[in-house]
Design a protein around this ligand. Structure first.
Ligand SMILES: Nc1ncnc2c1ncn2[C@@H]1O[C@H](COP(=O)(O)OP(=O)(O)OP(=O)(O)O)[C@@H](O)[C@H]1O
Ligand SMILES: [Mg+2]
Length: 240
């Protein structure tokens, strides 16, 4: 990302944001409420259109590509939201299969009972990766918050993504489950060589589960460091 700018009416939200991230690495983005973290993550996929600047990944010039190509890029990137947006009346397995919808359309990929065998098997494999294979038939209304977040991760894995963006993926979870999910995220990313960028308000998570920490302050990057060379105090001060 190079010199990215975004304003809403009179408010400047991102100012000349630039960084380069190596493939297969994990980066955390931290910063106070309203500092522009979610906006930054969303502009990467043009879910929010930036005003100016460049974005390059997956061998593409993201701000220049047409809608069809953008759709293709989005299908290769997993996006995990704070609210996992699962479909409540459907089974865990069906929800995981929906990861395929970015690539394949139609009801066959919507309901597990109609799905091609291979798709169901892939979904089971994703569920296994997050430790939820025994929950495949359960409705998503009947599982806990931590389990729901695992389903959302399994759904993202279904896309076989090279990149995952996650916006506060554990914010709604208790500390123990939050820790577990961050560990799972980090290990999966390393194991599958996925480039992971996640937003977090938890300084420990930023330090322990990322290779690099980027801090935003009112839309400007004020820290960009190797997480090993960061201390909790050094990055904690961004909240003062
Ligand atoms: N659609 C919008 N219209 C106008 N202003 C917006 C819009 N979306 C976000 N903003 C403003 O942009 C700024 C950055 O918002 P953003 O959601 O990126 O912050 P954040 O760092 O993710 O905050 P949080 O930690 O609370 O999630 C905020 O001041 C917010 O009020
Ligand atoms: Mg946010």
């Amino acid at each position: 990302m190079k010199n990215l700018n975004k304003s809403y009416a009179q408010t400047k939200v991102l100012t000349d944001v630039s960084f380069a991230i190596n493939e297969g690495t994990t980066t955390s983005i931290i910063g106070s409420n309203g500092s522009g973290k979610s906006t930054l993550l969303r502009t990467l996929l043009r879910l929010i259109e930036p005003d100016s600047g460049e974005i390059h990944f997956l061998d593409r010039d993201i701000t220049k590509i047409k809608k069809k190509e953008l759709r293709k890029v989005r299908s290769q990137v997993g996006f995990v939201f704070q609210k996992h947006n699962l479909v409540p009346k459907l089974s865990v397995l069906s929800n995981v299969m929906h990861g395929k919808l970015s690539e394949k359309k139609g009801p066959r990929y919507w309901y597990e009972s109609l799905a091609p065998k291979q798709c169901r098997e892939e979904a089971m494999e994703s569920l296994r990766a997050v430790g939820l294979e025994d929950f495949a038939k359960r409705k998503t209304t009947d599982i806990s918050g931590g389990q729901s977040q695992r389903v959302a991760i399994a759904r993202a894995l279904m896309q076989k993504p090279k990149i995952i963006f996650a916006d506060e993926p554990v914010a709604s979870l208790d500390p123990k489950n939050g820790e577990k999910i961050m560990e799972l995220f980090y290990n999966l990313a390393k194991e599958k060589n996925i480039t992971l960028i996640f937003v977090s308000h938890n300084v420990d998570h930023a330090l322990n589960y990322s290779d690099r920490v980027i801090a935003l302050n009112r839309g400007v990057i004020n820290i960009d460091k190797d997480s090993k060379s960061c201390t909790k105090d050094a990055i904690g001060c961004i909240y003062e």
